[in-house]
Structure formats: structure tokens, C-alpha cells
Design a protein around this ligand. Structure first.
Ligand SMILES: Nc1ncnc2c1ncn2[C@@H]1O[C@H](COP(=O)(O)OP(=O)(O)OP(=O)(O)O)[C@@H](O)[C@H]1O
Ligand SMILES: [Mg+2]
Length: 372
């Protein structure tokens, strides 16, 4: 069955005094890999449960392929869910687990066997059908859960942190597999995660959530390169976020910003911002130059700390105006000329420097960002 378009309209869900979902509007076209990304408690699981029909909205609508789901019970929605803990039946074999949902469908034994074999081959578990879940690795159990959800041919698959229990390496491998699988089956995936790297790697588009609201929706590169709020900039990977004073357009496509005594030009973001603002720059865009280098957006600083992380060196620099920022220098096998205590010039290229007007509702601190 084709389809798989999901629309959430002004969706609200309250639990006693907690508003878990506070007015969400989202549209996901058929076949999209869409992620809900946000810190613990921001309403990701509740949103999924509303779509699945396990919770009823207090306000708003859920439309699947244009049809309002208000009166449609979970088992009548063309949607299936993969849970974080897989929820496999321990006493059933892999085949029986995968075929479980078919018991309530009108399929012959032969047809069921064919579908089970197909689903197992889709997730590359051929030959393991007779085992029980306890005889499988975590990654294999995860694939059984996926096969069990896919066998019913849902138009939409909801996945709630499905890789959460796996170690980092297996997680990475399965991210790529899962994305390939989604492209192969062509159905809509709505994927919940609090891991920004995972969301960036896998999604066609993603929504960054905070406190039951969507802060920004876009492609991975849009939300990473063009965060609209300080919250999004901070949540999506490491960013250098600094308080500044904005003084509006500079007449040549940039915005004048003041960082302490230093006047800079920001070429991205809200270029007509004035007054208290934030500027943000990604660590991979910060350039370190020898002390005394002159040029646009150059600020003196002092190397505070150098952290070796393999592919890059993370250099923490204390800037003359008082802030500390990170610069990532690719590791090219040469010793870095920036030992702790070295005076340097930090260049913040205007094309990479973004102004964000300070929003009245300052977002709460995000979870610690993992370094990509
Ligand atoms: N059944 C419930 N009763 C009361 N409060 C609830 C219930 N379910 C969720 N909440 C609250 O709603 C908010 C959102 O919860 P939700 O489970 O959707 O968050 P989440 O984004 O999935 O977080 P996590 O990443 O930790 O899974 C939280 O404050 C949570 O405590
Ligand atoms: Mg959750």
C-alpha cells in the first residue's frame, strides 16, 4: 500500500500539570526519513505514541494520508512501532516473533512462511529463525524487532531510540543499515533520538524539539549550518556561542557585531539584529593564525588547552574579550604549533559567523554535546 504521509496539526498532549507536547505542527511526505531530536523529556516519545494511537491528543489533529485519526484505534492505523527495548517474546523463536502480527491477519500458513522468510532476509537474519531472542546478540534482537514491524507492511514506521541499547560501533553500523533499509522499503520512518549525530547522519529532515515544541525543522545541513536559535546551535553538535552586541547591517551584506572591544562582521543569521545578541561559529570554522596576524574578524587570544582526539586537535582558546572558544584543527600528522600558553590570533571568518537575536524564552541547557 502506497502512502505514508503524516501531518500533525497544533498537537497538544498534557499529563496532569505537564504539557508533554505543546502545539506541534509537522508535515512528513511519504517515504521520508524524519527524526525527532531533542533532550530527555522534550516530548519525543509522547509524540510517537500519539501518532501510533497509544495516547489521545488533548488538542489538534493527526492525519495519516489525509485522514483524521481521531476515531481510529491503534490497530487500525497503518502504522507500526519499534520500541527501544525491542519487546520481543522470549518464549517464541525468531520466526514466531517476526510472524506474530500475521496471526491476526488473513494469511495462509504458506503465505506467512514466505513473508517471514522475506522479512528475515530484509534484515539479514536468514538462518537464525529457529533461535530464541536470548540466543541472539543485541544487534540481532534489534533486527528481529524491525522485521516484526515491517512484516505488516505499514505505511509509516515509528522508531523510538531503536539503537539506544547498542554500543557505539554497532550503533554506527546499524545507522547506515537502517537508512539503506528505509530507502529499500520506501516507507515513512519517524525516528526518535536524543543523539544529534545519529539524527544528522540518517535523516532526510529532522525536527529539533525542546519542551514539547519544535524549535526548527529542516534538512541536516540546514539545521546544522543555519540554526535559527541559540538552543538549536548548541544542541546540534559543538558550537561556540558568545554574547555580543549587534549594530545592524554594515552596508555590504553583513551585520556589525561587537565582542568586547572588538568590532566584527557576521555574514550569517539575522543580519539586521540590534542590541543584545549571540554570535555562533562552529569549531571547524575557527582559524588559528600566528600572533599579530591582521585581517577581518581577527581577535587576539591565548591557547588554554589542546585536546588530542585522533582525527582532529581540539584547541581551546581564551579570547581577549573574555570568552573561551574551541577550534578544531585537522590532524595532518605534524606537531601543532599551538602549545598551551601560546599567544595566537583567532580569525572568525565572517561567512561562518552567525548572529542570533536573543530570544525572550532562553532555552534550557541541552545535554552535553558529543564531539563528532
Ligand atoms: N504517562 C505519563 N504521565 C505523566 N507524565 C508523563 C507521562 N508520559 C510522559 N510524561 C511526561 O511528559 C514529558 C515528555 O515525556 P516523553 O516521554 O515524551 O519525553 P522524551 O522526549 O521521549 O524523553 P526521553 O528522551 O527521556 O525518552 C516528560 O516531562 C514526562 O515526564
Ligand atoms: Mg522517550
Amino acid at each position: 500500500m502506497a502512502g505514508g504521509e503524516v501531518r500533525l496539526v497544533d498537537l497538544v498532549k498534557r499529563f496532569a500539570d505537564v504539557t508533554a507536547v505543546a502545539g506541534i505542527n509537522l508535515e512528513m511526505p511519504p517515504g521520508e526519513f524524519f527524526s525527532l531530536l531533542g533532550p530527555s523529556g522534550c516530548g519525543k516519545t509522547t509524540t510517537l505514541r500519539l501518532i501510533a494511537g497509544f495516547e489521545r491528543p488533548d488538542e489538534g489533529q493527526i492525519l495519516l494520508d489525509g485522514i483524521d485519526m481521531a476515531e481510529v484505534p491503534p490497530h487500525k492505523r497503518n502504522v507500526n512501532t519499534v520500541f527501544q527495548n525491542y519487546a520481543l517474546f522470549p518464549h517464541l523463536t525468531v520466526e514466531e516473533n517476526v510472524g506474530f502480527g500475521l496471526r491476526y491477519k488473513n494469511v495462509t500458513k504458506q503465505e506467512a512462511r514466505r513473508k517471514i522468510a522475506e522479512a528475515l532476509s530484509l534484515v539479514r537474519l536468514e538462518g537464525l529463525g529457529r533461535r530464541r531472542p536470548s540466543q541472539l546478540s543485541c544487534g540481532q534482537q534489534q533486527r528481529v524487532a524491525l522485521a516484526r514491524a515491517l512484516i505488516l507492511n505499514p505505511a509509516v514506521l515509528l522508531l523510538d531510540e531503536p539503537l539506544g541499547a547498542l554500543d557505539a560501533k554497532l550503533r554506527k553500523a546499524l545507522q547506515i543499515e537502517l537508512k539503506a533499509l528505509q530507502e529499500e522499503v520506501g516507507i515513512t520512518f519517524i525516528y526518535v533520538t536524543h543523539d544529534q549525530e545519529e539524527a544528522l547522519t540518517m535523516s532526510d529532515r529532522l525536527a529539533v524539539m525542546s519542551n514539547g515544541r519544535v524549535e526548527q525543522v529542516g534538512t541536516p545541513s540546514e539545521v546544522y549550518e543555519e540554526p535559527r536559535t541559540a538552543y538549536v546551535a548548541d544542541f546540534l553538535g559543538v558550537s561556540n556561542l558568545m554574547d555580543a552586541q549587534a549594530a545592524g547591517p554594515n552596508g555590504s551584506g553583513g551585520c556589525r557585531v561587537r565582542l568586547g572591544e572588538f568590532e566584527l562582521v557576521a555574514g550569517q543569521g539575522e543580519l539586521d539584529a540590534r542590541g543584545t545578541a549571540k554570535v555562533v561559529i562552529r569549531p571547524e570554522r575557527v582559524r588559528l593564525q600566528p600572533q599579530g596576524t591582521a585581517g577581518e574578524n581577527c581577535i587576539p587570544g591565548m591557547v588554554e588547552r589542546v585536546v588530542y582526539v585522533g582525527a582532529t586537535m581540539q584547541v581551546f582558546v581564551h579570547l581577549a574579550p573574555g570568552q573561551t572558544l574551541q577550534s578544531w584543527v585537522p590532524n595532518q600528522g605534524e606537531a601543532l604549533p599551538y602549545a598551551q600558553g601560546t599567544p595566537v590570533t583567532v580569525q572568525l571568518p565572517s561567512g561562518a559567523l552567525r548572529v542570533l537575536a536573543t530570544s525572550p524564552s532562553e532555552a534550557p541547557a541541552a545535554e552535553p554535546a558529543t564531539t563528532a
